[in-house]
Design a protein around this ligand. Structure first.
Ligand code: ZN
Length: 149
């Protein structure tokens, strides 16, 4: 029995980017990163980050750290899917990646906290740094700084 050579991947960064963008929560921010990698960040606040390079699409949780006053994206990789593992059929491909994107969003949202002042769900990087007592988001924490109770 002679094995046929494997088919080239049906998808790559150029052919898959448009439908991957459409699977992301809006707004989608597109960043050209080093080494030809395209970074797509979905949601505001950010929820999910995709990194597309020639080998794979990497699905990660959006995460942010403060670097002084600057917020720095540190997307946390959940899974890297080689292009060759993505079904050629567009519906199957979208269904597969859609589930992985949803998984990253669930993992990200599990970290949100509810501000005890404005009762709004906020991402963890919005937790007021100098808080005393109840968990306050940065909007409410700032108010607390200027007008002491
Ligand atoms: Zn608040």
């Amino acid at each position: 029995m002679v094995l046929a050579p494997p088919d080239p991947p049906a998808w790559g960064p150029a052919s898959a980017e448009a439908w991957l963008q459409a699977l992301l929560p809006t707004p989608v921010k597109r960043i050209e990163a080093a080494g030809g990698t395209v970074l797509l960040v979905g949601g505001d606040p950010g929820l999910v980050a995709l990194r597309l390079n020639n080998a794979a699409v990497r699905v990660g949780l959006f995460a942010q750290k403060w670097w002084g006053a600057r917020a720095v994206l540190v997307d946390e990789s959940l899974v890297a899917v080689p292009w060759a593992r993505i079904p050629a059929d567009p519906d199957h491909a979208k269904a597969m990646l859609g589930h992985l994107i949803d998984a990253a969003i669930v993992a990200r949202k599990a970290r949100f906290f509810r501000c005890e002042r404005c009762v709004t769900l906020r991402p963890p990087e919005w937790l007021h740094a100098n808080r005393l007592g109840p968990a306050a988001c940065q909007m409410c924490g700032r108010e607390g700084d200027t007008s002491p109770a």
